[in-house]
Design a protein around this ligand. Structure first.
Ligand SMILES: NC(=O)c1ccc[n+]([C@@H]2O[C@H](COP(=O)([O-])OP(=O)(O)OC[C@H]3O[C@@H](n4cnc5c(N)ncnc54)[C@H](O)[C@@H]3O)[C@@H](O)[C@H]2O)c1
Ligand SMILES: N[C@H](CO)Cc1c[nH]c[nH+]1
Ligand SMILES: [Zn+2]
Length: 433
């Protein structure tokens, strides 16, 4: 299998132009896809279950006469947990425990204080009522994404968890249902893509409307989440996977090549980039990639992804590598370096940062503890990993003492009159003693 992976030199004159074209994925996300997703959302909004069933037939080749056929009741999820092998159950259980422990640290607490004149101020934190969890399932199935979505929601105290997961051609993975049982998901519907996002956002005859949708997915899912935002909350844009490795050239080239391939194998739209100051090492990684690629079960997907969005980039030094990493703002960043801690302060934009030669990104995908639902397409500039905080919201608390009402009332009245809002001014003035 011949692999053509882009080689860039950061000191070349046209480097920034080449990098821009490599990163222009979002812009290139064809307007046509956006329009098709808009049509799907519109149809689901108007026709509810009927449209969801029709799109599930068309895009997932999955025939069902009613939504009831696509729902998996809790007893079925429990059955899956009992059916999987003891080793698989143990692995899922350990992953769930580690993810739960990590996320317990993220819980936001309510707080309040009383100031000198006896007024009380604070913030009350509450959990969302009902959330929709998107678990991808088009080209691969992701039991790990069930845990990553559901566990932080449970830690936050969300009352009802509705999960959607596509089952192309009606094929499912027992581990996905088992993970749903383990994590305490309430309802599971075997639907996916933009139609599932629209169903959760607007509700249908069978699928309850949720307050927020979280979870990763392909470009259709990412576009649908963007389009329903406002009708419901969303966590972030967690689209096709990305990995950026900064290596000093001292790690085993096979390790680095396989780390790049681990994300490339997710999706033809995935991104895998290596930055290194050592040109000889880049050659070694390229050789490893060519040798290892054909040995993968999803070699064709990984090849397309590496050729479209992959790059081996020769940088001048590690400082330049960090500057480029901040510009790319990748979902995953590996610092495969002798002293990664030294470089950490230089990194400002990345969904998750993996320190040292031994920290393969794949460990973070399954078992380390932090969430694997992470911002992609440069959105790590302003978004964070999925967390307990995504399932909580805050209300401000204000209780003025009579003294404060009088003192603050005078100032509020002045400011209100400055805005020509007389009802505001008089409401404040009523309370001036
Ligand atoms: N960023 C993250 O945190 C993260 C985590 C895990 C996975 N991922 C990514 O999630 C994605 C999973 O993608 P996937 O495809 O395997 O599953 P998916 O569930 O995201 O998408 C499958 C759905 O896409 C829809 N679809 C496919 N082709 C379509 C078409 N031509 N028109 C309309 N709809 C269409 C179908 O409805 C199908 O159900 C990958 O890109 C992977 O990299 C990201
Ligand atoms: N790397 C993905 C996030 O981009 C998560 C995942 C799940 N399973 C394997 N990988
Ligand atoms: Zn992965």
């Amino acid at each position: 299998m011949t692999l053509f992976i882009r080689r860039l030199n950061a000191s070349a004159e046209d480097f920034h132009q080449q990098l821009d074209s490599l990163l222009a994925f979002e812009a290139a996300l064809d307007a046509d896809l956006e329009r098709r997703v808009q049509d799907i959302i519109q149809a689901v909004r108007q026709q509810g279950d009927h449209a969801v069933l029709e799109f599930t037939r068309r895009f997932d080749q999955c025939e069902a006469a009613s939504m009831a056929e696509l729902e998996r009741p809790k007893a079925r999820l429990e059955q899956a947990l009992n059916r999987i092998s003891p080793a698989e159950r143990e692995a899922l259980t350990q992953a769930a425990q580690r993810i739960r422990s990590y996320h317990e640290n993220q819980k936001q607490l309510s707080w309040r204080y009383v100031d000198d004149d006896g007024s009380l101020f604070g913030q009350q934190v509450t959990a969302l009522d009902r959330v929709g969890l998107y678990v991808p399932g088009g080209k691969a199935s992701y039991p790990s994404s069930v845990l990553m979505n559901a566990i932080p929601a449970k830690v936050a105290g969300v009352a009802e968890l509705i999960m959607v997961v596509p089952t192309p051609r009606g094929e499912h993975n027992e581990l996905v249902f088992a993970a749903a049982a383990l994590a305490g998901v309430d309802r599971v519907f075997c639907i996916g893509g933009a139609q599932a996002i629209a169903a959760l956002a607007y509700g249908t005859q069978s699928i309850p409307k949720v307050d927020k949708i979280t979870g990763p997915g392909n470009s259709y899912v990412a576009s649908a989440k963007r389009q329903v935002f406002g009708q419901v909350g969303i966590d972030m844009i967690a689209g096709p996977s990305e990995i950026l490795v900064i290596c000093d050239g001292q790690t085993d080239p096979n390790w680095i090549a396989m780390d790049l391939l681990s994300q490339a194998e997710h999706d033809e739209d995935a991104q895998a980039i290596l930055l290194c100051p050592d040109a000889g090492f880049l050659n070694q990684v390229e050789d490893s990639l060519k040798r290892l690629l054909p040995t993968l079960s999803r070699a064709a997907i990984a090849k397309t992804s590496l050729e479209a969005r992959g790059a081996l980039i020769k940088v001048q030094d590690l400082s330049q590598a960090c500057a480029l990493a901040n510009r790319i703002a990748p979902e995953h960043l590996e610092l495969s370096l002798e002293n990664p801690e030294q470089w950490l302060p230089h990194i400002r934009h990345a969904g998750a940062i993996f320190l040292g030669r031994y920290t393969a990104e794949a460990l973070g995908d399954y078992i380390a503890g932090p969430n694997h639902v992470l911002p992609t397409s440069g959105t790590a500039r302003f978004s964070s990993p999925l967390g307990v905080y995504d399932f909580q919201k805050r209300s401000s608390i204000i209780q003025c003492s009579p003294t404060a009402a009088s003192q603050l009332g005078k100032l509020a009245s002045l400011l209100a009159r400055g805005e020509s809002l007389t009802a505001h001014a008089r409401s404040a003035e009523y309370r001036i003693i």
